[in-house]
Design a protein around this ligand. Sequence first.
Ligand code: ZN
Length: 205
Amino acid sequence: MRQRGASPLRTPAGLTIPLRTAKPLPMNPLFQFCPRCGAQSLQPDQSQCIECLECRFLFFRNPTVAVAGIVANPDGGVLLIRRAKNPAKDKLAFPGGFVDIDETVESALAREIREEVDLRVLQFRFLTSHPNRYEYRDIIYPVLDLFFVCETETLDATGQKEEVTSLEWVAPENVEPDSLAFDSMRHAWACYLSGVADKCGNRSI
Ligand SMILES: [Zn+2]
């Protein structure tokens, strides 16, 4: 449902959660020819879809779904990875990644955390979501990032993927929002600090 113009949500702590960002996603200049009829007649300035004016081919640009987990140790420190690759190379991030085709969000969360930091997720609760723009090889992907607070079997995290340069447990007061990779993560971190997570129920995988 379109929420343009609706009032943003507010958390009990007074944090504003936008319902929708106002930034349109422009057509990538690499996309010029219709994949059905081959005509160079894709309608410009279509933020939500790619449409051919010749054959009426229509392709919706729905967001890709990504997940990330905030894992805390008993001292309150949270686990951050340092990204080895662009976008946001060398920036810090919560472990996570993209949901695969035919995969559930729950499975993707467990899989990505296992693959990136070798931790097994036992419990998680939904924290918040936020749109993101992920640029990779000259394509800007619209992404919906879903953030969860996770409890893991152990805290013996180790870097597993070539996408991860290093792991760091960082005390909350030492997490610099500007050091995080994406606006969506800064939003999630603000939600985490505001205690929004306490309003959400626990779920098991
Ligand atoms: Zn066409």
